[in-house]
Design a protein. Structure first.
Lengths: 268, 268
């Protein structure tokens, strides 16, 4: 009675509060019927109020985790999240290349929803040089587009130029997340590989409890790639999943509560 | 449209391979409709073949994670797993007591399924002195009973004495897991608080892929306690869940594959 599931890996930070980071990724992988694994790059002491401490994992131990997982169990698709420092990014990039992980979703995390810096200054350059060229899909928000490319997006009309600037850094596809734009009714994201361009719309939500949104979207794209969907369909399916998770956000803690990864079962 | 879920916390080690440790616990919490959080005490580089490295988290960072979670989000029930060292056990015990976490399931992990030591020698004494007196339910297997009490269980007749010896260390309930006994047809576990005693039977399985069984059982007890079941019902429900997860174990990797946490959805 043994069976296998598609194998999905997160390479990211840990959020003790369970709403973001590898916790959000593992919950997403589980809900989307994939087998979740994790390479932890840094630990945060975190809750709905913010990030209260960061413990970086030694780079050689990140390599040990990645080799253990990829060398034995195997990886159908992976995502990266908070990678903390240039030294950590180097070993992650080396490992992804060494194990030939082709379906790689890169969420170029720079800061938490509260504005707490989650990576060192040297990490921005390392993300550009080492990780984005390995990405099948990069998923920057507007702040990350600005940090990575200098392009400031002020309205939906600026999204194509932003996407082009990110594509120039090497990912095969980019999903620019326009969710924070002030002038749009729906949450519009732009997905493009330079030839095919798709607008991905989700209901814009006034939800208060959105912690983990970015992690969950990237993890859901990776899960759907592990399940065999093509990039456009995987992004559409992931957007639908995260939109529901935001709509059913959980009023936990005193700050920004987490999205509900189990919303399809709790509130179908 | 905000809602809350019961809050379940794991305090344990991380298994990069996703089958055991906080990964198994978070998957279990998710499948059982609770909100999962984690305090990571140690990282392992691990796969289905064994444990290839351990990175212990600094004790003060374990405290930081526990305070962040318990002080903001709150904890309806918790479980402990691999606690690695006496110094780590001390800060976990201090934090559990400080935050008044009453529904605590203690899986007194000493070694992995492959026999790799997962705690330092000084941890056994610290488990006895600091953690077991805080436990609502302790879930030792026969090897852990021997390590904690010196009692050797050679057949089902020895289970009551083993349970009594563990109860003397302070937990309110003990579940002695007899699954490795050679002379029984079913997997019989003995649950007792010294006055009420219940045999908990699960179909004994020849399944090859059992990685994460102990973590999953303890996490499922904690989840059902968070959901409001009493101890006896929580243990029965958890045993049923883990028995199914073992029966549907996943043939992943070259060694002992993980149980399937999503078996009720995959193979109901």
């Amino acid at each position: 009675m043994s069976a296998v599931l598609p194998r999905a890996l997160t390479i990211a930070g840990s959020d003790s509060g369970g709403g973001a980071g590898i916790q959000a990724d593992l919950k997403t992988f589980t809900e989307l019927d994939t087998f979740g694994m994790s390479v932890i790059v840094a630990l945060t002491a975190q809750n709905t109020l913010g990030v209260h401490g960061v413990h970086e994992v030694p780079p050689e131990f990140v390599t040990a985790q990645l080799d253990a997982v990829a060398g034995d169990i195997g990886v159908d698709a992976a995502k990266t999240g908070m990678l903390a420092s240039a030294a950590l990014i180097d070993v992650v990039a080396d490992g992804v290349a060494r194990h030939g992980i082709a379906r790689l979703v890169v969420d170029p995390v720079c800061a938490s929803k509260h504005g707490d810096a989650l990576v060192r200054p040297d990490a921005i350059d390392a993300l550009k040089r080492r990780i984005l060229p390995l990405a099948e899909v990069a998923t920057p928000n507007l702040g990350e587009v600005a940090a990575l490319t200098g392009v400031q997006v002020r309205g939906a009309d600026d999204l194509p130029a932003a996407a082009e600037a990110v594509l120039a850094l090497g990912p095969r596809w980019v999903l620019v997340k326009g969710g924070h734009l002030p002038d749009v009714v729906d949450a519009v994201d732009l997905l493009t590989d330079g030839s095919t361009t798709v607008e991905v719309r989700g209901e814009r939500s006034a939800a208060a409890h959105t912690h983990g949104t970015g992690c969950t979207l990237a993890a859901a794209i990776a899960a759907h790639r592990a399940l065999g969907l093509d990039v456009v369909d995987a992004v559409r399916a992931a957007k639908e999943y995260v939109t529901g998770a935001i709509r059913h956000g959980l009023a936990l803690g005193g700050g920004i509560g987490p999205v509900d990864h189990g919303w399809r079962r709790h509130s179908p």
